[in-house]
Design a protein around this ligand. Structure first.
Ligand code: GLU
Length: 319
């Protein structure tokens, strides 16, 4: 059996990395390097509207600057459409999907909030449309494609897994998210499906990412089971928040690496602060990524990171 740890960086090139993105990337890298594993880089540029020109070049440059290297890639999701289409066809042929015509406004009006990640639980409006209704609605707008999840009393739709940081997790798909999108109405494959296909084909067996995606994992595990893929190990890491409790975001240009680098901060200074945030260093220590490898363990991170979010290191708060 090949038990090499294979992890990945999977950034979306929607802007410059901020301290929270660097934190997640550092944890992913340490998870791999501390186990002597292999790192894959995949650029998640699926959504043509979300990509910022130059963002990918800056991402690669920032990873180099940080000393977070990879062994394989970059792969570009924008070049893999045919691979996702094939997976989608398999789900369609198995009768697991249906066209959904709901608009965003209709979804908001008809849905209950998601239990964990704030997205909406789909109430099944388009689940049982007749062929005539589908044909009629298709004249008005192109449909998205939704995956049917098992009813709440069907155990195949109850997903349990162990997160290396947050411990045991359990989600009832029918109750916690409902039937979910695998293709958007503009034809772009949904993140959930692309990520599952890519992780499987790239041999990724350790998924490390921000806490905001913890709620996606059950959907991804369900897709892995339908498509016959192995289930990776999951480790979600806390999000970093600004002093006022607001989550760092690329849109607000919070603490982004452009600013951090412009202030002539060294990578060791930044990585030391982030490592201290994760309980791997003392405040004020300056450490390279390589120097952190021996200090890293998921137990240490988990002991320090039980909350959903941690305060971003002070030195980089915007005044
Ligand atoms: N591309 C996603 C992001 O940048 C991460 C996806 C994942 O790790 O599964 O937030």
């Amino acid at each position: 059996m090949n038990d090499t740890v294979v992890g990945r960086f999977a950034p979306t090139p929607s802007g410059r990395m901020h301290a929270g993105n660097v934190f997640a990337a550092l944890m992913a890298w340490l998870g791999v390097r501390s186990a002597g594993g292999r790192m894959v880089l995949r650029i998640e540029d699926l959504d043509p509207r979300g990509n910022r020109p130059d963002a990918t070049r800056l991402l690669l440059d920032d990873l180099h600057w940080l000393g977070l290297d990879w062994d394989e890639g970059p792969y570009y999701q924008s070049e893999r459409g045919e691979i996702y289409a094939e997976a989608l066809r398999r789900l369609e042929q198995d009768g697991l999907t249906y066209p959904c015509f709901c608009t965003r406004a209709e979804l908001h009006a008809a849905s209950a909030p998601h239990a964990s990640d704030g997205t909406f639980v789909y109430v099944g409006t388009c689940r049982n449309l007749s062929a005539e209704q589908v044909a009629e609605k298709a004249q008005v707008r192109p449909p998205a494609t939704r995956l049917r999840v098992p009813d709440a009393d069907d155990l195949t739709g109850v997903i349990e897994f162990h997160d290396l940081v947050y411990g045991p997790q359990r989600e009832v798909l029918a109750r916690d998210c409902g039937d979910f999108l695998v293709r958007r109405s503009d034809g772009v494959v949904a993140y959930q499906l692309a990520v599952v296909v890519d992780d499987a084909l790239m041999g990724v067996n350790q998924v490390v990412r921000g806490h905001d995606l913890l709620g996606s994992s059950a959907r991804q595990i369900y897709l892995q089971r339908l498509l016959g893929y192995p289930q990776p190990v999951y480790a979600h890491v806390p999000l970093l928040v600004a002093a006022d409790g607001r989550r760092l975001s690329k849109r607000d240009k919070d603490l982004d690496l452009g600013e951090i680098r412009a202030h002539e901060a060294s990578p060791k200074h930044l990585l030391g602060l982030l490592a201290a945030t994760a309980g791997l260093a003392e405040c004020g220590e300056e450490l390279s990524a390589g120097e952190l490898v021996n200090r890293f363990s998921w137990e240490r991170v988990a002991a320090h990171a039980q909350k959903e979010s941690l305060f971003a290191p002070d030195a980089y708060q915007k005044s």
